[in-house]
Design a protein around this ligand. Structure first.
Ligand code: MN
Length: 231
């Protein structure tokens, strides 16, 4: 195949303890998946069906990176999240088979231009400009499920400049990983390389240039990014 110009190198995420990287195909994100965060965002915490938005695959950023303060926002937020990576294709997968699709897990941050997201929400417009911008999906090295086992609980936390901002447990997910995969796979054929950011707990807030964000999930290590000056 000949292309007009060299196709971009696939976006990818590191794998803990491996030299090979996980190529990223698509990034799906669950809109709200912890009751306390739904409440802080002014939404109903009831168990409505989950909804999804997406980010471009090349929004992924390695842990340890500096993320420049993005354009067009004055309210740039962190959201710590459990990331599930898909290693096998599947469509309309039952909950009891959903875990078969999982390659592994990671710690991610769903960076958000909250002012743009909220303006879009109020006007009934798409969330893309609030969520799907450059470098908006930091992700720490993935841990294969063969090593961790199925993850159904464990602490999840985020600090800004060493101060705790988010603290919850994966077991508090309104829709757990099996359910999210089952529901998502009714609308899309999941494919190897897909990432699913499963939603953030309460405590989201704004950061500015110079802030250092660290976060972690029990058994999955930590993530660290620094917010740089706007480009
Ligand atoms: Mn999120």
């Amino acid at each position: 195949m000949n292309y007009l110009f060299a196709p971009p190198v696939p976006a990818s995420v590191a794998i803990a303890g491996e030299s090979v990287r996980f190529p990223v195909r698509r990034i799906f994100c669950v809109g709200r998946n912890y009751a306390a965060h739904a409440i802080e965002m002014g939404s109903d915490p009831e168990r409505d069906p989950p909804f999804f938005f997406t980010k471009p695959a090349d929004a992924v950023v390695d842990s340890g990176s500096t993320v420049p303060y993005p354009p067009q926002t004055n309210d740039f937020h962190y959201e710590i999240e459990l990331v599930v990576s898909i290693g096998r294709a599947g469509f309309d997968i039952a909950e009891d088979k959903a875990v078969d699709l999982v390659y592994g897990y990671g710690v991610g941050i769903d960076l958000t231009r909250r002012d743009l997201q909220q303006a879009a929400r109020e006007q009934g417009r798409p969330w893309d400009w609030g969520k799907a911008f450059d470098l908006s999906a930091p992700c720490a090295p993935l841990h294969p499920i063969g090593k961790t086992g199925e993850l159904t609980g464990g602490g999840i936390w985020l600090d800004v400049n060493g101060h705790r901002r988010q603290q919850a447990d994966i077991a508090d997910l309104i829709w757990n990983v099996r359910e999210v995969i089952a529901i998502l796979s009714k609308s899309m054929r999941l494919q190897p390389g897909d990432l699913v950011y499963t939603g953030t707990p309460a405590g989201v807030g704004a950061v500015v240039a110079g802030d250092r964000i660290t976060g972690g999930i029990d058994g999955l290590g930590t993530i660290e990014i620094e917010i740089g000056e706007a480009r």
